[in-house]
Design a protein around this ligand. Structure first.
Ligand SMILES: C[S@@+](CC[C@H](N)C(=O)[O-])C[C@H]1O[C@@H](n2cnc3c(N)ncnc32)[C@H](O)[C@@H]1O
Length: 317
């Protein structure tokens, strides 16, 4: 197992550009912090816990679609020995597909470098015959894989509806880059679909408060990355479905008037003012198929669960 860090992945000693990005977002009105900053090592663990919650239907539903249709997916994708997992997290979803996709080389890409190392070391022990490469990379600005990945056709794997963190325009740009990075291979991608609002909102605001902890942990991460002095007890988690934009929004809302300070600056927040921390767009399957074709993918096929809550698309480049 090898691990590469490609700037600007998220080390604990943040680069000045990351600090500047964060402070600009914090100073804006309304304040916005990109969802990639939710994933420090604790954030990655909290996300793994979210996937176990009964309300978080996404992971379970997607896993059931993979389990039922993996052979058809493998046929639709064509054979590539290399599987590139974008936002690999604990790498568990990809590992369940190793046999069906006949993976000989696994490339796990994630911004959360320490968690990636740990996940990949564990996985390598379970699959000693598969060559593994970890890449610490922030692909939100540009998805450009390093030369070490090689030039052979590969399957890009982007599960969990992480594509939903991008606006539709950003998603198109990202998918065009993904198309180029397939090197003539294919894409396997999980997409969350529009569904009843109560189901969506419960998935992002669970009664146990795990999603709230995941969101509020962002402030501790900011304190380390940008030298801010957030007191997390001043903030609470808010999540709701914005029907006009077809997206779940997560925010942190000030419980009282509060001022956040950092070297050389400060930002005052009035009680009830919010910081927008994540959007998760929900798609209709026909619109997502059209988006894939606009990005250059050919004849996308997709599989859904019986309730039509989640779709997995396979698309040759
Ligand atoms: C919603 S989780 C999905 C994890 C796993 N793939 C799954 O489906 O359960 C998103 C993952 O993408 C990673 N991630 C988020 N933004 C990223 C970025 N800009 N570049 C690279 N990785 C990113 C996070 O660290 C996290 O592991």
């Amino acid at each position: 197992m090898r691990l590469l860090q490609v700037a600007p992945a998220m080390p604990e000693n943040a680069a000045p550009a990351i600090r500047a990005d964060l402070l600009a977002g914090l100073s804006a009105a309304p304040a916005t912090i990109a969802p990639k900053y939710l994933y420090d090592a604790l954030g990655s663990r909290l996300f793994a816990a979210i996937t176990e919650l009964p309300e978080y239907y996404l992971t379970r539903t997607e896993a059931a679609i993979f389990a039922e249709h993996q052979d058809a997916m493998a046929a639709a994708l064509g054979l590539s020995a290399t599987l590139v997992d974008l936002g690999a997290g604990n790498c568990e979803k990809a590992a369940r597909l190793f046999a069906a996709l006949r993976v000989r080389r696994y490339v796990a890409v994630d911004i959360s470098l320490h968690y990636l190392r740990e996940s990949l070391e564990n996985l390598q022990q379970k699959h000693p015959a598969i060559e593994m490469l970890g890449i610490g990379l922030d692909f939100s600005q540009s998805l450009r894989l390093p030369a070490e990945v090689g030039t052979e056709p590969r399957t890009l794997f982007y599960p969990g509806s992480s594509i939903g963190n991008f606006t539709p325009d950003e998603a198109l740009v990202f998918l065009r880059q993904a198309h180029a990075e397939c090197c003539g291979g294919s894409l396997l991608i999980g997409v969350d679909l529009v569904k009843p609002v109560d189901v969506l909102e419960a998935a992002y605001d669970d009664p146990l408060g795990v999603t709230a902890a995941f969101n509020r942990n962002l402030l501790r991460h900011l304190n380390r990355l940008a030298g801010t002095d957030f007191d997390i007890t001043d903030w609470h988690h808010v999540a709701f479905f914005n029907g006009r934009e077809s997206r779940i929004e997560m925010h942190l809302q000030a419980l009282r008037d509060t001022t956040v300070r950092w070297a050389g600056g400060e930002r005052r927040f009035a009680a009830a003012e919010r910081i927008h921390t994540e959007s998760s767009y929900k798609w209709r399957s026909e619109d997502f198929a059209a988006l894939l074709e606009s990005a250059g993918f050919l004849r996308p096929r997709h599989w859904c669960d019986a309730r039509g809550w989640f779709a997995v698309f396979a698309a040759p480049a």
